[in-house]
Design a protein around this ligand. Structure first.
Ligand SMILES: [Zn+2]
Length: 139
């Protein structure tokens, strides 16, 4: 029995996620390897060394280990968009500064057009459109 991280729960058979419970050897019983809780049926799954598994009802404490469903408030969404906007601003500043730290070796390893895509992403003209200041002018 391979422990599932994402897939079908062996108890409720739902396509679900498993949350590992704290790995405390003092709590585990004889021959038990791992406890995990199914997010769908909230059953504790017990994986044993010998490859078999068992299950039991979860305690309230164990149920609390299941992360709440992610529902973003408008405020959280706005914060996320703000942080995305900030990264874009930082990236733009980095490119305008001539990409400090970017060596020709790193640039060679990039996918063709990668830097141009970043420039377009942050709203800068890419080299094809004749950007006034490119840091690697061909000789
Ligand atoms: Zn389940």
């Amino acid at each position: 029995m391979v422990p599932f991280g994402s897939g079908h729960c062996p108890v409720c058979l739902a396509d679900t996620m498993r949350q590992d419970l704290p790995d405390d050897p003092a709590l585990l019983g004889e021959g038990e390897d791992l406890w995990a809780i199914c997010e769908s049926c909230q059953t504790v799954l017990i994986y044993r060394h010998d490859g078999t598994f068992g299950h039991r009802a979860a305690t309230d404490e164990e149920r609390a280990a299941i992360p709440p469903k992610v529902v973003w408030s408008d405020e959280q969404r706005a914060e996320w968009q703000e942080s995305l906007r900030q990264s874009k601003t930082d990236l733009r500043a980095w490119i305008l500064a001539g990409c400090p730290g970017l060596t020709p070796e790193i640039e060679r390893d990039m996918l063709p057009g990668f830097l141009d895509r970043i420039k377009r992403f942050v709203g800068l003209p890419d080299d094809d459109e004749g950007a006034p200041e490119t840091h690697t002018e061909p000789l």
